[in-house]
Design a protein around this ligand. Sequence first.
Ligand code: ADP
Length: 467
Amino acid sequence: MNRKISNQFFLNFLLMFVISLMVGIFTLMLLDFADHVISNSLVKNIFTAESLMQDDISKINSSKVIENAGGVQVIDKNYKVVLSEGINTIEKDKLTAAEFTKFLTNSKAKGILYNYSIEYNEKEDFWLIVTFPSSFRIDFAVVSNVEYKTVNFNKVIGVLVAIILFYFLLLALSTFIYSKLASLRIINPLKDLSFSVRSLRDGDYSARVNHNQNNELGNLADTFNEMAQKIEDEMFLRKKAEENRKKLILDISHDLKNPLASIRGYAELCIDQELSLKERADYAKIIYNNSIRANELITGLFEMSKMESSQFKADLTKVDLCEYVREEIGKYISIFDKEGFIYTFDIPKEELFVMLDIKLMDRVFSNLIYNAVKYNNKGTEIFITLKREENNVNLEFQDNGIGIPCESSKRIFEPFVRLDNARNSQTGGSGLGLAITKKIIKEHDGSIDLITDINKGCKFIITLPMI
Ligand code: ADP
């Protein structure tokens, strides 16, 4: 890669050089063309000494020259200025032969401030000089003369070729060095980037690019870093999900193993041994209870996996939550009375609308209320309240029962998490109820929290968005 990019840079610079050379030549041609176009309209080319020339000096018409800020001088054969009108750059009335020769030579020199047009009248033996001030002028010309065939020719050509070759060599060298330097600023960050990309490909999700560039390469490195961070997070979640899946399978098999082993053991006893009617009835009851427990577990699991499937979607309808809660708790009053629980409800009279899947929400009510009844003693107080909090409604299920250790308040929503075995051996829960409850609330874009501690009761707070 290194060689390719620097070569590309070199070629680009070379191409740039050729283009600028061509542009330069084209500009010169354009200047030449423009010179031809405008030169015909310039006064210095219209009013030339040749065009004004007359044998009789007094007939020379200098009016147009003077009108255009020029000047006309006539010098006779003794180098005396015999006529001078308009601007005069000769400065003397009489010149020596040497001074006049110098004037003639200088009149054609480059960089002078005036344009001179000089014409000699052979008949009358005088010089007519027309002078115009220059506006600005660029003198550039390459000339060659085919008649120039001397021994010096080869030398001149040789030096010219050597200079051109040297110029191209210097140019190629500087282009090469410059392209190398320029490409290094790209190649080094690219090398870092490709190293990190390779590390990521090989499974190092912590690979990042360190850079201090504030250009497109810097942006590319930032994007790579963001992408790598996302992949790392995703991989972490995937690993965690995989661990959870393994734990879940372990928990399921462990939880199913006990009731099934018990069913099998007691069924064998019933088949193999002579049993009294009472023994047989006792064993049948144990088998029945264990089958109920196994069934509970499997039903819970089925419900959970149904909710986790991608096709699952809550069937939400617009419902007045106050009305719904009033109707729902009405179903449980007889249970509270039968189990000896004291209950208080606080439901506002106003209408608070939420999107609800009634069937799923019934399941939440049954989980939370049956838990409160199942895990607490007679005489426990139960409070069900509904409050509006800005754009949400908070539905609270509170009891003043035995509570849950506060460090378990988050973990308790995970599948198969139950508290000490002594409590559960009597109640026989599956540990799936709160996990299912949390999933249902999530399907409603809400949240569920638990405030609790040992002997301080449990307060489940469900927050649902209002519409
Ligand atoms: P399950 O009731 O089937 O065991 P849950 O997920 O519904 O499973 O409950 C998890 C655990 O939380 C229960 O085993 C119980 O120990 C505890 N728990 C739930 N609700 C209450 C409550 N109101 N009071 C005391 N403990 C509770």
